[in-house]
Write a protein that binds this ligand. Sequence first.
Ligand code: ATP
Ligand code: MG
Length: 497
Amino acid sequence: METLLELQGISKIYPGVTALNNVDFTLRSGEVHALLGVNGAGKSTLVKIICGAQPPDSGTIKLQHNLLQINNTADAMRNGIVVVYQERTLIPHFTIAENIMLGLEPGRGQLINRRKLNERADQLLKRLGVELDLNKEVIQLGAGQQQLVDIVRALRTEPKVMVLDEPTAALSQAETKHLFDLLRQFKKQGIGIIFVSHRLDEVFEISDSMTILRDGHVVSSGPISEYTPARVTQDIVGRSVAKLETTPTLNIGAVLLETQNLSSAEFQGVNLKINSGEVVGLAGMVGAGRTELLETLVGFRRATSGKILLEGKPTQITSPENAIRHGIVLVPDKRIEKGLLNRMNVLENLTVASLKRYSGRLGWLQQKKMQEAATKAMDRLRIMPPSLNTPVQSLSGGNKQKVVFGKWLASSDDVRGLIFMFDEPTEGVDVGARADMWVIIRNLAAQGAAVLITSSDLDELMAISDRLYVMRRGQIINEGLKQEFTHDSILQQMMGG
Ligand SMILES: Nc1ncnc2c1ncn2[C@@H]1O[C@H](COP(=O)(O)OP(=O)(O)OP(=O)(O)O)[C@@H](O)[C@H]1O
Ligand SMILES: [Mg+2]
């Protein structure tokens, strides 16, 4: 295969961090090249340099053997390099068509030719075999569909190089399959694809070669045939990662939370029980109503009928603050939007959930205690760089996720009787940190908390849960101990097969 893109000696230094250190990278036409590494290894930085969003401090970029001078994303696009970023870039109140054609609207001056705009967007969708309602506002779409719009937008020009930074993190299994079909189609056209992902099974399914970064330098690079999953993990993390052995919880305690016929626009007649001491998994496709259910249990949304009982007592949960007072916390999905104080640093984000606890007698915050708790959470999650003063805005995507996860750890030592809910807790988190999070979640249950967790990653759900509920189209359709399910049986139930 012909060499398409060639990077040589690329370095990038941010204040205090060497994000990339003398990186060489070669992409051939018609290949999917996986770019791997732990959270903070430098993947997104490399992506940003390739597509002109950030200048490198040194190094050269050649496209089809010609030296490229890329000063901004428009330069990159003109040269046929397109990118789908890790964080969504859509304009919420614009329609799908408007978002897809943004910046390339047909028409003269201020007047946009709406008919033509829709026509072009429609042609593009047809060519890609993607079904979307062009007149819908993007804000009405689920995470997976938004992702798809971002991908379609990247393809509106005829690209030579396509960079996808964690494209599947928010996709359901069916959507991922669709994406991979598209990628195979692009490969045949000779497009070179750089694929950033933390999901190793997908990497092995779709990639032809891979490059692994650690601390900003290349650890190894080569065709997929040279790698086993164990070697990849070893190269990524720099140590071997133990498989999570869940020992089923032995001391299951009282029912902490129960719902009776809980219903809303998004789910109907939900009956579930969660006991202290157990981890309960909630399986379901994207759009099955899992997130809506969890958000209702913490008072972020209202149920239209049915009851929530806490330790047997019917309780109205009126707001997330009210839920916290009842000992229920939710670590939300799309954490970067929902859970981070973007202008603040790691310390402030880690301790915001528990400011009350650190208030001294006169209302002064007990700085030292806060720092101790935050440092502990930072170490357990291996947040990189390990500094409490880092503004969260400058953290890598996965490290941002860890901060939101960590804020509840820093908030309490005694977790007995508390209810923790996690919506997609390891989305965008690297294999090493994911194993750390699993252990932390299991420990919460072992110490007497109740845990309810959702994940699109069925293997994760199977690994971590004692018991499972399966949800489809807003209804609980099955419940049982983990041993009563297999990966395939859950999948079938989720999809209604
Ligand atoms: N704008 C910035 N200012 C300061 N430091 C930054 C900035 N952007 C990234 N960094 C740092 O550069 C390093 C590499 O970050 P990068 O986003 O490339 O990681 P990544 O491999 O994409 O991680 P993830 O898997 O979490 O997305 C990290 O230590 C990060 O904190
Ligand atoms: Mg990244």
